[in-house]
Design a protein around this ligand. Structure first.
Ligand code: BES
Ligand code: MN
Ligand code: MN
Length: 455
């Protein structure tokens, strides 16, 4: 371990410079004008993987953005570890709120600022450096390694599932390891033991065959905006519970022990309110504590609403159409397709008189729950202890990494979510950053994990 950390310290400047190169590439997956940048990111990563001694490096084209594969398989009797990560990033707007430009990585206060710094280029890069460092010291790795790095995580991984099911042999392994989540706090590591799933829907409500003058028709004909509000307000009850029949049927409730564990982690409500500029925390199901609501309970959120006149000044119009974008965060054992069906049924049944309601279905990703007593999780915990001197907290994550549950199901192996981000690193927001204190420590933890897996 000490040899490793000495080597890392002496290579620190070079390593951070390399990460900056990757962060300079604006590989935004959702915007088609960045197609070339996506290609540049894939070439950069595949060249890097080659240079650290990984073999069979491939850039695999898909109907969307390419997947990068590489392996190093020379330890006949050792397990195989598959590293998953994503090189795509979120858009940068509102770009005016960035203190330094999103694709000009800058270090301030021991943090590196850039889009992708923590989600997920910075964290994925730790695995590349772990392999490189182990190779440099030993000329070999303690275990067999495969990399599968995709470019569509931020758009719901639409093409990875197909690749997964067609390439089970190629991706076969004993454990999948992913660094795309957060630690608990500074100096306090965390192993994420659940991820929420996701499903999306879009509602379009139509009334008359055109917008109408509110002077000539007002008081007589129905208004699409009013009807949409009426319809959407049936989706929750007064306590914030989702009011769709059978929505909660498959939810696995937390055990008393798990509830106690979440409560024991402590939570400063006042500080959170202050930092968010809120006077109350009244979203979601009021009869569950805040921490449970944001991690172990499902939600239904309206992400976008539009209809009628949005321009300057007043327009006396009765809109004839109105729209809403909805997503749900789901927990074990909810099935995203089934939840979409239940919501469609609810919307159709509650459609007010005098309008037509159309619902289109968007992305769907499964939730994931990982048993914390599995041997691979225990090895990850030991690796964190070795480097941070502290046992990790087991954390339920409210966010989603849609493909992870498919990885564990289709490859039938445990998944270890070993994150090195910190809460408050602004992922998806202006001034995203990564705390450099977790750079060498992250690499060391991964090295330690690989060594423990060998045993
Ligand atoms: N790395 C995040 C997931 C995450 C979020 C981990 C918060 C830890 C804390 C991932 O890249 C992400 O942003 N997921 C999206 C998925 C969506 C775009 C399909 C999410 O959760 O919204
Ligand atoms: Mn991510
Ligand atoms: Mn993300």
């Amino acid at each position: 371990m000490s040899q490793l950390s000495e080597l890392l310290s002496s290579n620190y400047d070079k390593n951070v410079e390399e990460l900056k190169e990757l962060l300079r590439i604006p590989s935004i997956s959702s915007l088609s004008e960045h197609k070339e940048d996506i290609q540049n990111a894939t070439s950069w990563i595949s060249n890097k993987l080659k240079s650290i001694g990984m073999e069979h490096v491939e850039i695999i084209q898909t109907q969307g953005h390419p997947i990068i594969y590489a392996d190093w398989i020379h330890q006949e009797n050792a397990p195989t570890v598959l590293v998953y990560g994503h090189y795509d990033v979120q858009p940068v707007d509102p770009v005016g709120l960035w203190e330094t430009p999103p694709f000009e990585p800058t270090i301030r206060d021991e943090k590196i600022f850039a889009r992708g710094a923590t989600d997920d280029k910075g964290q994925m890069f730790l695995h590349i450096k772990a392999v490189e460092t182990l190779m440099e010291l030993d000329g070999k790795l303690p275990v067999n390694i495969k990399f599968c790095i995709e470019g569509e995580e931020e758009i719901g991984s639409p093409n990875l599932l197909h690749f997964l099911s067609e390439n089970k042999e190629k991706l076969s392994c004993d454990v999948v390891i992913i660094s795309d989540t957060d630690m608990w706090d500074k100096g306090v590591p965390a192993i994420t033991c659940s991820l929420r799933g996701l499903c999306a829907l879009e509602v379009s409500l139509k009334t008359a065959n055109s917008d109408l003058h509110s002077g000539m028709f007002g008081g007589g004909v129905q208004n699409a905006n009013h009807l949409l509000i009426q319809l959407l307000s049936t989706l929750h009850d007064a306590n914030g519970k989702v009011n769709v029949d059978h929505f909660y049927d498959d939810v696995v409730e937390l055990t008393e022990f798990e509830k106690e564990q979440i409560a024991a982690l402590g939570f400063d409500e006042e500080m959170l309110k202050q930092s968010l500029g809120l006077t109350d925390l009244t979203g979601g199901e009021q009869n569950y504590p805040y921490r449970e609501r944001i991690s172990s309970r499902p939600t239904l959120e309206m992400n976008g609403l539009w209809g009628g006149f949005q321009g300057e000044g007043t327009k006396t119009v009765i809109p004839n159409e109105a729209h809403a974008k909805i997503t749900c965060r789901l927990v074990n054992n909810q099935n995203p397709k089934k939840i979409q069906e239940l919501i469609v049924k609810h919307l159709e049944e509650h459609a007010p008189k005098g309008c037509s309601v159309k619902v289109s279905l968007g992305d769907a990703g499964n939730p994931l729950l990982i048993p914390i007593d599995s041997p691979m999780i225990q090895k990850a915990a030991e690796a964190y202890e070795n480097v941070y001197g502290k046992s990790p907290v087991y954390k339920r994550e409210g966010g989603s990494i849609p493909i992870v549950s498919d990885f564990s199901q289709s490859l039938n192996v445990p998944v270890v979510l070993m994150g090195f981000g910190l809460p408050g690193e602004n992922l998806h927001a202006p001034n995203e950053h990564f705390h450099l204190e977790n750079f060498d420590k992250g690499i060391l933890t991964i090295c330690s994990f690989l060594e423990l897996v060998q045993k």
